[in-house]
Design a protein around this ligand. Structure first.
Ligand code: SF4
Length: 447
C-alpha cells in the first residue's frame, strides 16, 4: 500500500513563477498558482529545475517594465520555455519584439488564458496526491497576513497613470464573495487582512452597491458596509488605496472602536490645487486638511499613510512650496515620495513642460527631509506607550514585528525584545522604549 504522505515519483509538471509589481499583481499570481496547484502542477524553486516559467509582469513605470523585461530575459536564458502575463501583457508587442521566443503573452487578470497557455505547453497530469490544495488557495505572503482584492480596474483617469488602459474600468466583486474569501483566510490562520484595489473607496459603484448574502444577512457592496462586515471577523483589517471622499468619514468610528485598524492608506500624490487638477485626482476638490483634523478628533491614534509625486510636468516652485507646507500641517505618519516618471502613453507627459531632472532630484530630497522630521516627531510620541505588535520575523535575541500603524512591506517596523521566544504571526503587547526616523524599539510586557 502506498504511504499517503509519500509522493509517487512520476513526471510531475513543474512550473517556476516570477511575480513582479504591486500587491494587486501578487493576488493575480496567487490565483494562477492556486489553479495550477489544483491541477497537479508543482512549483519549482528555480528556473533550471522547472519545465516552464511564468513571469507576471508590472508595466506601471518604465523602470518596472525594464525589470519585467530583464526577468523574462533571464527566464528564457535559464529555462527556455516562458509564458508572460500581467500588466505588460496589455502591450504584447513590447515583449515579442524583445523576446520573439516567449510561448504566450496574456494580459492582466486573464487567468484562463494563462492556464490554457500552460496546458498547451505542459499538459497537466492527474495526480490525486498533488491535487490537494488548501481551501484558501496558495498564498505568496507569509501565513499570518493576506491581501484581499475587492475589485479590479479603475474608473478614474489620473493623467499620469495608464492602469485603467491596462486593467479597464472598475469591476467590483460581490460583498458576499469577498467575505467568504476573507473567512477562509482567517480559518487558515491569517491574522491580518489587507484590503486592496485601485480605488477602495469607489467599491461597488459599478454594481450599484448590490447586496449579497453572507452569514444570513444582506451585505451591500459598499465601502463602509464591507468594512463593517470584515470587522466582524476578529482579525486585523487594514484599508489601502482609499481616497478622501466624504463617505470615508463613516469608517473612522469603526476605527475608533477598533473594529478595523485605525489606519488609512490614501495616495494623495500632491496638495497644490493646480497640480491636483491637472493630475485629475479623485476627490481632489475635497477640503482634505479639515477632513484629516476631524478624523483625528474622532480617532486620535489614526495612522495616515500616503504617497506623493514631485516634479509633475508644470509643477512650479510655488506648487512645491505649497506641498511642503501642506505636509507640515497634515503631519502624516508614513509617506513615500516618487520623482515623476513619464510613463509611455500617460496624458500628463505632454500636458505641460517637464521639470528638469536636477530640479526633481532637489525637490525629492527637500520633501524627504521635511517628512523625515515629521515622521520622527510622530514616532517619538509613541515612546512609553503600549502597542499591540504582530510578529513577522524572529531572530535569536530580537523579533521584528509591526504595530497597528505599520503595513507590511511599505511601513516601518517594531523591534521587540522578549523574555521567551516569540512565534511568527503571534501578537504581543510591547512597551515602546525608543524611536528613530522610521522604526520603534521596545520590550514585550504581555503575551
Ligand atoms: S486612481 Fe488614478 S492612479 Fe489610481 S489606478 Fe485609478 S487612474 Fe491610476
Amino acid at each position: 500500500m502506498l504511504d499517503p504522505t509519500e509522493k509517487p515519483d512520476t513526471a510531475v509538471p513543474k512550473v517556476s513563477f516570477v511575480s513582479l509589481g504591486c500587491p494587486k499583481a501578487l493576488v493575480d499570481s496567487e490565483r494562477i498558482i492556486t489553479r495550477l496547484r489544483a491541477e497537479g502542477y508543482e512549483l519549482a524553486r528555480d528556473h533550471q529545475g522547472s519545465d516552464l516559467v511564468i513571469v507576471n509582469t508590472c508595466g506601471f513605470l518604465d523602470s518596472a517594465k525594464a525589470e519585467s523585461l530583464a526577468a523574462i530575459g533571464s527566464a528564457l536564458k535559464e529555462n527556455g520555455k516562458v509564458i508572460v502575463t500581467g500588466c505588460m501583457g496589455a502591450e504584447p508587442e513590447s515583449i515579442s519584439q524583445a523576446y520573439p521566443d516567449v510561448l504566450a503573452i496574456t494580459g492582466p487578470q486573464q487567468y484562463e488564458s494563462v492556464v490554457e497557455a500552460v496546458h498547451r505547453a505542459l499538459p497537466p497530469q492527474h495526480d490525486p496526491f498533488l491535487d490537494l490544495v488548501p481551501p484558501e488557495g496558495i498564498k505568496l505572503t507569509p501565513r499570518h497576513y493576506a491581501y484581499l482584492k475587492i475589485s479590479e480596474g479603475c474608473n478614474n483617469r489620473c493623467t499620469f497613470c495608464i492602469i485603467p488602459k491596462l486593467r479597464g474600468d472598475l469591476v467590483s466583486r460581490q460583498a458576499g464573495d469577498v467575505l467568504r474569501e476573507a473567512e477562509k483566510l482567517v480559518a487558515a490562520g491569517v491574522k491580518e487582512l489587507l484590503v486592496i484595489s485601485q480605488d477602495t473607496s469607489a467599491y461597488g459603484l459599478d454594481i450599484k452597491y448590490a447586496a449579497s448574502p453572507w452569514r444570513g444577512q444582506d451585505v451591500r457592496a459598499k465601502f463602509v458596509d464591507l468594512t463593517r462586515a470584515l470587522g466582524e471577523l476578529g482579525v486585523w483589517v487594514r484599508l489601502h488605496y482609499v481616497y478622501p471622499y466624504p463617505h470615508v468619514d463613516d469608517v473612522i468610528p469603526l476605527m475608533a472602536e477598533r473594529k478595523v485598524l485605525p489606519y488609512l492608506d490614501i495616495p494623495f500624490q500632491h496638495a497644490a490645487p493646480d497640480v491636483l487638477k491637472r493630475m485629475k485626482r479623485p476627490a481632489a476638490q475635497e477640503k482634505t486638511l479639515e477632513r484629516i483634523a476631524r478624523w483625528r478628533e474622532i480617532c486620535p491614534d489614526l495612522t495616515l499613510r500616503s504617497t506623493f509625486i514631485v516634479g509633475f510636468p508644470g509643477e512650479t516652485e510655488a506648487d512645491f512650496d505649497y506641498l511642503l507646507q501642506w505636509l507640515e500641517e497634515a503631519a502624516l505618519d508614513r509617506v513615500g515620495c516618487f520623482k515623476y516618471e513619464p510613463v509611455r502613453g500617460a496624458v500628463a507627459n505632454d500636458s505641460a513642460p517637464p521639470v528638469a531632472d536636477e530640479v526633481k532630484e532637489a525637490r525629492w530630497h527637500r520633501f524627504m527631509q521635511a517628512q523625515q522630521k515629521i515622521s520622527t516627531r510622530r514616532l517619538k510620541r509613541k515612546i512609553g506607550t503600549r502597542q499591540q505588535v504582530i510578529i513577522d520575523e524572529v531572530g535569536s535575541t530580537v523579533a521584528k514585528g509591526r504595530s497597528m500603524a505599520d503595513a507590511p512591506e511599505i511601513d516601518g517596523a517594531v523591534y521587540v525584545a522578549s523574555r521567551r521566544p516569540l512565534r511568527v504571526g503571534e501578537t504581543a503587547t510591547v512597551k515602546i522604549e525608543r524611536a528613530d526616523e522610521y522604526d520603534l524599539h521596545g520590550s514585550v510586557v504581555g503575551y
